[in-house]
Design a protein around this ligand. Structure first.
Ligand SMILES: [Zn+2]
Length: 304
């Protein structure tokens, strides 16, 4: 049963949008982006739960961004078997689409999406080049998996590389029945691919925001509600009842500040204000001291 050798990370862009969303009205573009990224991510996580159940000998790598000839290309999931590498792109489209050709695309009301198979084949060809470069010669097979059970594609062309929601179980069983014995070479390949992962797109668009405009306060980490009650040790959400230790709330808030304002110096006063003046400065300082290093003295000191 493979735990993924590389697990999926939430991209920095999505983390930022998640942190901003409860604190401001996102611009139209950012809101659409947020929705699309969140949906895509949730779909990938759904697929990860399926590959985690594979019982044969294989290596699963989730969420990779490669660079080839100065261009980036992203792969949702790679599964390494003895003779074949599976390259999988997960789509979380919802509802009814109609397939149209020339150019190949999916249409829903007035929206059109490029047929993901085109992107898939481009990624496949790039992955082959990458493998060639490092002299690995395994077969590559690639698939688009439509994970959302409500997705329907009318007039879908016959294509063995597209897995529709009703075919997913069969697809997973097919993967499970691939005879596979891995050796050190496969491990080296997996390590190589992980080492080539670029993490986040270097030029990922940054959402538009500034410190002054953002709502200050602490929201529930489960439901994002700002309606919370702060006790001596815990914060309790008035909406969903979720409880979180104060130390964890403070550290989460510092994480948001560092993500959204990497240029800011972390001070007790800054965290106090960001959290909406509800925690004692003494407690914030204690948490910061225990988890970060204090630099400098007196009013100019900050935490790193
Ligand atoms: Zn809540």
């Amino acid at each position: 049963m493979p735990t993924p050798k590389k697990s999926r990370r939430v991209t920095k862009e999505l983390l930022m949008l998640r942190a901003l969303n409860p604190r401001m009205a996102l611009t139209d573009t950012d809101r659409k982006k947020y929705y699309a990224l969140e949906k895509g991510y949730q779909g990938e996580v759904m697929f990860d739960a399926l590959t985690e159940g594979l019982k044969n000998n294989c290596i699963v790598l989730n969420g990779l961004l490669f660079k080839l000839k100065e261009k980036h290309f992203q792969i949702d999931t790679i599964i390494i078997f003895q003779k074949t590498i599976y390259l999988i792109d997960v789509k979380n489209f919802e509802g009814d689409y109609i397939y149209k050709s020339d150019p190949d695309r999916f249409c829903k009301n007035d929206t059109e999406i490029d047929d993901p198979i085109l992107q898939l084949f481009r990624s496949e060809s790039k992955l082959r080049q990458l493998l060639d470069e490092y002299r690995f010669n395994l077969l590559v097979e690639s698939y688009v998996v439509h994970i959302n059970p409500t997705f329907t594609l009318y007039k879908a062309p016959q294509n063995n590389h597209v897995i529709l929601p009703t075919q997913i179980n069969r697809f997973i069983r097919k993967l499970e029945n691939i005879p596979s014995n891995l050796n050190g070479g496969h491990e080296r390949l997996a390590d190589l691919l992980i080492s080539l992962d670029q993490g986040d797109y270097p030029n990922a668009p940054k959402p538009t925001y500034c410190y002054e405009q953002l709502r200050k306060g602490t929201c529930c980490s489960k439901c994002n509600s700002f309606s919370v009650s702060v006790g001596e040790r815990k914060m309790v959400c008035n909406l969903c009842g979720f409880e979180e230790r104060l130390e964890s709330v403070v550290l989460r808030s510092v994480g948001e500040l560092r993500l959204l304002f990497p240029e800011f110096k972390i001070t007790t006063n800054l965290v106090f204000e960001w959290c909406g003046d509800v925690f004692s400065k003494k407690m914030i300082r204690r948490v910061l001291k225990a988890n970060y290093t204090l630099v400098g003295h007196g009013q100019w000191s900050f935490f790193e």
